[in-house]
Design a binder for this molecule. Sequence first.
Ligand code: NAD
Length: 469
Amino acid sequence: METYDALLASISPASGTGRTILDPATGDAVGEAPIHSLEELEQAITDAQAAQPAWAALGHAGRSASLLKAAEAVERSAEELARLLSREQGKPLNGPNARFEVGACAAWLRVAATTPLEPETVVDDGETRAELHYKPIGVVGAIGPWNWPMMITVWQIAPALRMGNAVVVKPSEYTPLGVLALVKVINEELPEGLLTAVSGGRDVGARLAEHPAIGKIMFTGSTATGKAIIKSSAGTVKRLTLELGGNDAGIVLPDADPKAIAEDLFWGAFINTGQTCAALKRLYVHEDIYDAVCEDLVAVAKAMPMGNGLDENNVLGPLQNKAQYDVVANLVEAARASGARILLGGNPDTTKPGYFYPTTLVADIDNDNPLITEEQFGPALPIIRYSSVDEAVEKANALDVGLGASVWSGNRDAAREVAARLQAGTVWINRHGAVDPRIPFGGAKQSGYGLEFGIEGLKALGVPQVING
Ligand code: NAD
């Protein structure tokens, strides 16, 4: 275990040769990130190819043992990693934020290490015996976003390593430091060259996606970049898992108890200050309880402190970057101009440093308003009134993305019936966005394809091979 300063120093380039990363809460420098070149990417891929066969030869038991040790290494450095994550990404230490994210890294490593995956006997009828095995792919590329940079890196690398692959990671250019530090800590328990983070720009991501030595890309990010990766990976017919943009709907049925659900609705929408792919982004509420839900949500939201992430009191932070801040601010302004009613927030204090946008609740808004139809990825929630469940389902399904969705009701069976009608990879009941390393997760429509987590997530990092005879 290293101190915060030593950990940061260990991933820093020679002074003046890197790119300064700024704290989104203050504008102060957090540290310098190396600017890795395409040649350094090439070297990382060569090293990965050299390290992979011996790692594959260890078998599941040997690899799992190393991954369990890696989970312990993450826990030993948890506070330093959380602090770096908080400073670089902006998310507070407390609440479902930086410490929670680092804890999730250890949890996902452990579940990837311990989930059993045996060859399946598909047919055994006396004449034919067919077995389905999963073999290592080789070298996997992992390309990630800036919102949950450490956790999503582990989502990508843990199953890849467990299945006998080497991995080259390309973190977001907005949040490279945390991922470099996390990889450094995990590498305390892995053979050299097996796992490398290459901290470059979009050109490095694009090269990784087309590189002939890469067998699979695990990608989490925007739908637009996902489409670019499909194109650039086509030349080598790469396997892809694509976790892309979302714009999740929640439907509150008329029998729900507004007070009882208000806090879970709040966190469903505002976890990580709304910068979460599977967060509640559009809330459809039955007219009978519309006013009560709005009122209770405002009361909960008002009580949630937003500010600098290192302040232990805060549970909401800034937007991670100016571009995202502008997206949210412009969409809320356009909603206001269209006649929607701002229940809370909507007026950022532009005299203070940092990309803080206040928690914003918007009522009486039309379903075709851009605040609803576009992925705003920030702390604003439009609340839409409906009068029949058919109407709510139709509106929820109207977009071309479908990552998550939720149904809120006192009657679980009624909620399940509505859930089955929603076009989304996961539909939660009386909660939203609760991911679990044992339960498959993936998108419908243009939110992507392929599953992560659980046994399905392991299978996605292997090449299926049938042995028949
Ligand atoms: P982004 O698509 O802009 O960038 C993601 C990564 O792709 C970065 O590392 C970037 O450098 C890299 N990249 C950019 N162009 C590339 C190219 N042509 N080829 C290869 N790599 C390239 O996404 P972002 O703004 O960092 O993240 C926010 C988006 O991610 C949102 O849309 C959000 O919904 C989505 N997201 C989805 C999930 C999920 O599980 N479905 C999770 C988190 C975030």
